[in-house]
Design a protein around this ligand. Structure first.
Ligand code: ADP
Ligand code: LRH
Length: 485
């Protein structure tokens, strides 16, 4: 048996998990979990990256002896280093307002259609490309000699070595998904200096050894290698979808819902751009063809507003509220920023002439119905845009623990849902390390091992597809600016 530490930083919490892998066995346990709370400074919303690094060190200490460490986190964000390799300020949070209106100025130089054809990335205001354009002219960017994406920054602090991991690099909108290399021409047109980025690394590549200072702080005995994994948390989560064959869709549900397909090649059509599907890179030459849906962020923000009531009781109460009374567009960027979420959801219902939820249970039901409907829309459109049949939907990530959301998603999609594992990103992280050390086979073998060893729950659709179809059509009509039906 070998032990691998998976550092997995989500937008709501960070954790260090330990995976024990042997022939035909895979066990995961939690060494340490810590909250990830952004900080609102006068200059804007920032990540507490030093606090997160402290959590990683505490986690590695709690993990005990391991054969290797892998790191994944949320995408797109980065830290800037000066010529001495020191961090220049706190990394900016992707929900910070600095990118408002930036995309429109970028599109004056490179029209949105050209940008999509070159990078395959969906429009999201926080793509690294837009963040770098927003940062133009700042003293910080002027002094920066190096840009490290968040997992690469942590790997640098742990090892002293710098690299840019491929799957996460694919979320910058500066990569060509066909060549899986930088989009040099595009970056040059936008005046973005690609030399800021450290050389690309592939999942499985060695990423250095824990520094002596880190060994001392964690009580570990060296040498302990750091192994490059799919450092975008969604790439690691998709690697751990316990699917058989190819006819599956996945939804990685946590702070976001990332709903889509695993493909062999990007879909770069104009129809795909208009539907705002993204082509992020996955393991072994795969493409994660998916749509970002606002996800359980909507619920997390409501819970924060309501003073963190008991989630299980709230979900039980929400299950008693009649289905589909009101739905909001869970893909709408109006929900991106933090704060006052219950009022914003109520306002969205009021503005569209729907019943306004007036209790936490009713608001929770609006959120879960809206997420299930958005899951339905994303999977149906992905199937048609990629021309790929789908027989089953896999839900992985923290939302796999939300039985109501899983059942509603099965109902809305009219397909069976297999829920679990909830810690998919950590498992994908562990398995890529194990594979790099020759312990597990190919992707299909990894998935078979997951299906055999991880507890999974199956939800059958309960019927009522027509009501979901009608609700989806009403939502689409509203989005197109027509009056609600
Ligand atoms: P991230 O990695 O983006 O921080 P996670 O994958 O950890 O997110 O998922 C966190 C979400 O999972 C929470 O916001 C919560 O909605 C949901 N969740 C976690 N545990 C449970 C549970 N026991 N019951 C219902 N939902 C849960
Ligand atoms: C999920 C995630 C998602 C990105 C977002 C910024 O944690 O990595 O895939 O789009 O964060």
């Amino acid at each position: 048996m070998k032990s691998y530490a998976a550092v997995d930083l989500g937008a709501s919490s960070g954790r260090v998990m330990v995976g024990r892998v042997g022939p035909g066995t895979l066990e995961l346990s939690e060494a340490h979990r810590f909250p990830n709370r952004p900080v609102r400074l006068p200059e804007g919303l920032r990540w507490d990256v030093l606090g997160l690094y402290g959590g990683v060190l505490a986690g590695l200490r709690a993990a005990g002896p391991v054969d290797s460490v892998g790191i994944d986190s949320w995408a797109v964000d980065y830290g800037l280093l000066d010529a001495d390799g020191a961090l220049l300020g706190n990394p900016v949070h992707y929900r910070d307002a600095r990118t408002e209106g930036v995309a429109e100025t970028v599109w004056e130089t490179v029209p949105a259609a050209e940008l999509y054809a070159a990078t395959g990335l969906q429009y999201a205001p926080f793509n690294t490309l837009y963040q770098l354009v927003a940062a133009r002219g700042t003293a910080q960017l002027a002094r920066a000699e190096r840009l490290l994406l968040i997992p690469d920054l942590l790997a640098y602090w742990l090892t002293g070595e710098q690299g840019t991991e491929l799957t996460n690099a694919s979320t910058t909108q500066l990569l060509d998904p066909r060549t899986r290399d930088w989009a040099h021409g595009l970056a040059a047109r936008l005046g973005i200096d690609l030399d800021l980025f450290a050389p690309l690394r592939q999942p499985g590549d060695p990423a250095g050894l824990l520094r002596p200072g880190v060994l001392e702080e964690t009580g570990l005995t060296g040498p302990v290698p750091v192994t490059t994994v799919g450092s975008h948390d969604t790439a690691s989560a998709v690697a751990a979808v316990p699917a058989e064959g190819e006819r599956f869709a996945y939804i990685c549900t946590g702070t976001w819902s990332l709903a889509g397909l695993e493909l062999d090649a990007p879909v770069l059509t104009e129809a795909s751009r208009k539907a705002n599907f993204t082509n992020e890179l996955g393991l072994d030459g795969t493409v994660r063809y998916l749509r970002n849906i606002m996800g359980l962020w909507l619920l997390q923000e409501c819970l924060r507003d309501w003073g963190e009531p008991d989630l299980a009781a709230l979900l039980r109460a929400a299950a008693e509220v009649p289905a589909l009374r009101s739905v909001v567009d869970a893909g709408d960027a109006v929900f991106l920023a933090p704060g006052h979420m219950p009022e914003r959801i109520a306002e969205a219902c009021r503005a569209t002439g729907q019943p306004v939820p007036d209790s936490p249970a009713e608001t929770t039901r609006v959120i879960l119905d809206s997420l299930a409907l958005a899951h339905r829309g994303a999977i149906a459109e992905a199937r048609s845009l990629a021309d790929r049949p789908v027989d089953v939907v896999h839900i992985v990530g923290g939302g796999a623990r939300n039985t109501l959301l899983c059942q509603l998603t099965a109902d809305a999609c009219g397909l069976p849902v297999v829920a679990g594992p909830a810690e998919a990103a950590a498992l994908g992280n562990v398995l890529v390390q194990a594979r790099a050390h020759g312990l597990v086979g190919d992707r299909a073998g990894m998935r078979r091992l997951l299906a055999r060893t991880q507890p999974l729950t199956r939800y059958e659709p309960r019927g009522g597809t027509a009501a979901w179809r009608a609700a989806g059509a009403r939502l689409a009509a509203r989005a197109a600016g027509s009056a609600p039906v």
